[in-house]
Design a protein around this ligand. Structure first.
Ligand SMILES: Cc1cc2nc3c(=O)[nH]c(=O)nc-3n(C[C@H](O)[C@H](O)[C@H](O)COP(=O)(O)OP(=O)(O)OC[C@H]3O[C@@H](n4cnc5c(N)ncnc54)[C@H](O)[C@@H]3O)c2cc1C
Length: 568
């Protein structure tokens, strides 16, 4: 599948590197690139001065890991943010005066925070990250040297010569990736079909499936269609993107087809939206759905450890410029207050001590539901816009298997019998369990072992209580095992006896729902606009769209503004 346009090209369209250069930021020289072997050594340096490993890739686990969830550890966030007054009382009764003055504090060490830190590295930013490891949703684990994602798995090919492509080269990611093939495999009625969009699962009605396929390609290639870039960088596209943001992804596709979708298309698009955004294709806007799904027909890049490799490599390069003490894992910001001469950020550190730091500028790279709680004097309209964001929960199961698997595909959607009953979403998604399986060893196959990642988005709000429940690990582990043994492994031709372990990662509110109207009704514009010229927002929520490119593009946009502010 070839293409000329995808969400990656957005960066090229506006010449974002120009914006950074104009703002005096270091732009993508290759001066720091020392090749892959230099990076391997740097990975060992991702530790705090007191010896805490904050690498987004956890390479410390034994052959059999403890039966605990990886992913988000909610303890600190819930304890402090659900009752800030109590946390302050427990920490001595008041927020301490700042003990440091720095140019930039970045709240949140996911990709948005790390791209921002990288762009602003000449200002020696301090990065506060609530979790013990950096990376946010882009983290990974390792098993006998095989890195596998516990969150984000892949990204889109950057256009040749685009700023993002240059950053990938600068940080060495271009030496790690493998391009996914152009097949679209599904596991249907117990058998893998490699060409779903050619109508393989229902040859008699193949033209219906192929018509939709043609439409996605035309959108991607802008062949008589418009590709809906998100973030929107080309103002000329705004009116069209707004228009399709007002309708659901399903409604838009049905309009294009002039009638209902083929049941297999309905199912695969449901699985895709559950897996990609933990929401349904009836609640997602057509702008978001089309952006994501059409991009899948472009080139998809996969690195060992998934997108954690991007986080890790960004950090390795960052650490060449900033002191290790500036990266602060297990530090949760709970108050951000703009003052006359700067911004004071209060946080609880790794020892549960309250601290505060004064900055000229703050980049809030944490989710907006957190920003809404911790930003003092937030405007009512921004607070109201933030309340419109919804978040669902997510589980990822990594299946550790003995022996290699001769798989020439990367990801397989678990189509079952091709039908889905969407009247009750909770029932439908609980019955489905994982939507797709990814060969985590695709980018770097291993002769002795294989890791298969199962993705289970949970597009209904009650799931959060369930995943945080006391016995949830055992319950969900059984669920993963049952699906593996009864369906996924036999269908993929893998003997279930080869399972060594199933490791689970849990995320309570990892991604915003790209709901109808978030862009068209100005919600995104309101939540992402800078606050009192000192607080900037860089995160996937800016566009209610969870993807590496959203965070990267927003970092490019707003770091240029931060730079201007620091020079003012
Ligand atoms: C299971 C899963 C699979 C995905 N797959 C893909 C994929 O294949 N491709 C893709 O492009 N995208 C994927 N995504 C989405 C992608 O991971 C995100 O869009 C991207 O990583 C978002 O980065 P971010 O920095 O904007 O947000 P986050 O990753 O959410 O980072 C925010 C950070 O802020 C920290 N934080 C929160 N509150 C505080 C506080 N008070 N103080 C300090 N720190 C705080 C958090 O701990 C977190 O580290 C996936 C997401 C999930 C959950």
């Amino acid at each position: 599948m070839s293409q000329s346009m995808s969400r990656r090209d957005a960066l090229k369209v506006v010449g974002a590197s120009g914006a950074l250069a104009a703002a005096g930021l270091p732009v993508f020289g290759c001066a720091t690139s020392k090749g892959h072997s230099g990076l391997d050594a740097a990975k060992n340096l991702l530790v705090t001065p007191d010896g805490r490993d904050f690498n987004p890739v956890d390479r410390t686990l034994p052959h059999l890991a403890p039966r605990l969830f990886a992913g988000e550890n909610p303890e600190k966030g819930h304890r402090v943010l659900w009752d800030v007054k109590a946390a302050v009382a427990a920490g001595g009764g008041k927020i301490p005066e700042p003990t440091e003055r720095v140019p930039v504090v970045i709240v949140g060490g996911g990709l948005g925070g790390l791209f921002s830190a990288y762009f602003l590295r000449q200002h020696q930013p301090v990065v506060l990250e609530a979790q013990a490891r950096l990376g946010g949703n882009c983290r990974a684990e390792s098993w006998h040297g095989i890195d596998y994602a516990i969150g984000a798995a892949y990204f889109m090919e950057p256009a040749h010569g685009s700023p993002l492509g240059k950053i990938y080269a600068e940080i060495g990611i271009d030496k790690l990736w493998r391009v996914k093939g152009d097949e679209d495999p599904v596991l249907f009625e117990g058998k893998v079909h490699k060409a779903f969009w050619d109508g393989e699962t229902d040859p008699a009605r193949a033209p219906e499936i192929k018509r939709l396929h043609r439409y996605f390609l035309d959108v991607l290639n802008e062949n008589g269609q418009v590709f809906p870039d998100i973030p929107i960088l080309d103002p000329n596209k705004r009116a069209y993107i707004d228009s399709i943001d007002k309708v659901s992804f399903r409604a838009h596709l049905e309009k294009v087809l002039g009638g209902p979708l083929h049941p297999h298309a309905e199912k695969i698009l449901s699985l895709y939206m559950w897996s990609t955004f933990a929401c349904t294709f009836d609640e997602a806007s057509a702008a978001a759905g089309l952006n994501a799904y059409a991009s899948e027909f472009g080139e998809v890049f996969v690195t060992p450890g998934g997108n954690a490799a991007v986080a890790e490599n960004l950090l390795c390069h960052l650490m060449r410029t900033i002191p290790p003490a500036n990266i602060r894992p297990s530090c949760l910001a709970f108050d951000v207050a703009v003052k006359d001469d700067g911004v004071v950020v209060a946080y609880e550190d790794q020892n549960q001590q309250l601290c505060s730091i004064h900055a000229q500028v703050v980049v809030m790279a944490c989710p907006k539901f957190i920003a809404g709680r911790i930003l003092e004097d937030i405007e009512p309209e921004r607070a109201a816009a933030i309340k419109r964001l919804r978040y669902n929960s997510y589980l990822v199961g990594n299946v550790l298997l003995d022996g290699p698997v001769e798989a020439d595909v990367y990801d397989v959607f678990l189509l079952g019998d091709g039908h889905v009953d969407l009247k009750d979403i909770q029932k439908a998604t609980d019955r489905q369990r994982s939507a797709d399986a990814i060969f985590a060893t695709f980018a770097r196959p291993d002769k002795e072992r294989t890791v298969l990642s199962l993705y289970r988005g949970m597009p209904y709000p009650e799931a959060r209580t369930a995943v945080y429940g006391d016995d949830s690990f055992d319950t969900y582990r059984r669920d993963f095992e049952n699906q593996l043994i009864s369906e996924s492994l036999p269908g993929l031709g893998i003997d279930p006896k080869r399972i060594v372990d199933v490791r689970l990662a849990r995320f309570g509110h990892p991604m915003p729902v790209p709901a109808i109207g978030m862009i068209a009704e100005g919600v995104c514009d309101t939540i992402r606009k800078p606050f009192r010229e000192r607080v900037f927002f860089v995160e996937q929520d800016n566009w209610a769209y969870a993807a590496l490119e959203t965070s990267a593009i927003e970092a490019v946009t707003y770091c240029a503004e931060v730079e201007k502010r620091l020079r003012a």
